[in-house]
Ligand binder design. Structure first.
Ligand code: KE4
Length: 430
């Protein structure tokens, strides 16, 4: 079967004349899978449609934000009603207080919260607060984890950097990363050694408690407990980057799932309902340092944007509806099992890593437990599988270093059709 992408191809050429790589964010340029990225014009429920009229079952979901599907009627209504009242005021609104109350009630570590416009901003600001609270400069992160594109974190990062095989970024001054160290994920021994060497200089350790940016790789309980114990012992703050996992893997995020309470948490994606809204928060004594309450400056013209906030409230209300997480768990486990058996039938070795409704198909016969093992998976086979599925009307993330996301809009029908497509697409993988 052929996939006509003529109009997408024309738009891509036009875009490349004026936009770097023809995209607004690198991973969208299909660097890892090649070919022309479909230019999308519409999303509805579990489906997206491109300019050529092709329709796909979507597992990108705006990189995890759309846990209730595209154009969720409740989210659309909230956003339309909000924008009818004026798009933005640059002033406080009742709704941001309501959203702050919902987040602080749901996420165990949140005693106070500040809204920003992106996950990058949330992480950057959380680390600034951590440095102020500890009087230290050192930041510890983990290979393959991605925390946005702030200078100090572009070290061995996942997501788009992994896709482009970049270890860091040009234009980042060495001084900006001089205090950042990146260690192997899930490696307790190396972590302990690092703390022995410079634990007393570390302001914060930031981690994706379930990594989504090297593909899905869950942290072991031993690793998370070691992170919590060592940060307490050495006086560093533990920061959970839950931009993906917040409200994805559980109502209270990975920290609720694993019963590990970080000092600060970063949220994004789902909490904005697909609009530009993110947040950081945590211990009251740390967050009270943030201006104007304290000396840590952070600001934003569109922070707490009323349309995004009211969309966020709507999507979270949907998630509170009965049995949402049980439904996501059921559909995602059926999907993962179906992908495994499709690969097995075709004689293609894969590992399917899944936590709740986020999962990744790694083309390798060995377990994927960190960035190194994720990088050993076969990217060429992933690209073949990606296009085989796209030709069959299923859109996977265009990189093996990202996650597939199931939404409440996916039903047994979409999961069944996806598994059916995988059975034949796997046979084309060489
Ligand atoms: P943004 O600045 O892109 O809103 O969030 C940065 C960020 C922070 N933390 C985690 C765990 C993240 O996954 C992200 C962003 N995720 C990527 C996809 N994995 C965004 C997609 C893109 O870069 O185009």
């Amino acid at each position: 079967m052929t996939l006509r992408l003529d109009r997408s191809s024309q738009w891509f050429s036009r875009a490349q004349r004026l936009m770097p790589g023809g995209v607004s964010s690198p991973v969208r340029a299909f660097g890892a899978v090649g070919g022309t990225p479909p230019f999308l014009v519409r999303g509805e429920g579990a489906y997206v449609e491109d300019v050529d009229g092709n329709r796909y079952i979507d597992y990108v979901g705006s990189w995890g934000a759309l846990i209730s599907g595209h154009a969720d009627p409740a989210v659309v209504e909230a956003a339309v009603e909000a924008v009818r009242c004026g798009s933005s005021f640059g002033a406080s609104t009742p709704w941001e207080v309501e959203l702050a109350e919902v987040l602080c009630e749901a996420v165990p570590s949140l005693e106070m919260v500040r809204f920003v416009c992106s996950g990058t901003e949330a992480v950057m600001s959380a680390l600034r607060a951590a440095r102020a609270a500890t009087g230290r400069e050192g930041i510890m992160k983990f290979d393959g984890c991605y925390h946005g594109h702030a200078d100090s974190l572009l070290v061995q990062a996942g997501s788009g950097l992994a896709t482009l095989r970049l270890e860091s970024s040009a234009g980042v001054p060495t001084s900006a990363v001089a205090h950042t160290v990146s260690l192997p994920y899930n490696d307790v021994l190396t972590l302990e050694e690092a703390f022995e060497r410079f634990g007393k200089e570390v302001a914060a350790v930031i981690v994706e408690p379930v990594a989504g940016n090297m593909g899905v790789v869950p942290a072991t309980r031993e690793f998370l407990e070691a992170l919590r114990d060592l940060t307490v012992a050495y006086g560093a703050l533990l920061v959970f980057d839950e931009v993906i996992t917040g409200f994805r893997v559980a109502w209270g995020g990975a920290q609720a799932l694993f019963h590990i309470r970080p000092d600060l948490t970063c949220l994004g994606k789902i909490v904005g309902g697909g609009f530009p809204l993110a947040a950081y928060g945590g211990r009251r004594d740390v967050m009270s340092l943030v201006a104007p309450a304290g000396p840590v400056y952070q600001a934003g013209t569109l922070a707490g944007h009323p349309v995004a906030v009211r969309a966020g409230l709507a999507i979270l209300r949907r998630l509170r509806e009965s049995a949402s997480y049980e439904r996501l768990e059921h559909l995602s486990s059926v999907l993962a099992e179906g992908l495994r058996s499709a690969a097995q039938e075709a004689g293609v070795p894969v590992q399917v890593n899944r936590v709740a409704s986020m999962l990744t198909v790694f083309f390798t016969d060995r377990p994927v437990t960190d960035y190194e093992s994720a990088q050993r998976s076969d990217g060429v086979r992933y690209a073949q599988f990606f296009w085989g599925m796209l030709r069959r009307g299923v859109m996977l993330p265009p990189s093996p270093f990202e996650a597939m996301f199931v939404s409440l809009a996916h039903s047994e029908e979409e999961i069944g059709r996806t598994v059916e497509a995988a059975r034949t697409a796997m046979r084309e993988v060489r």
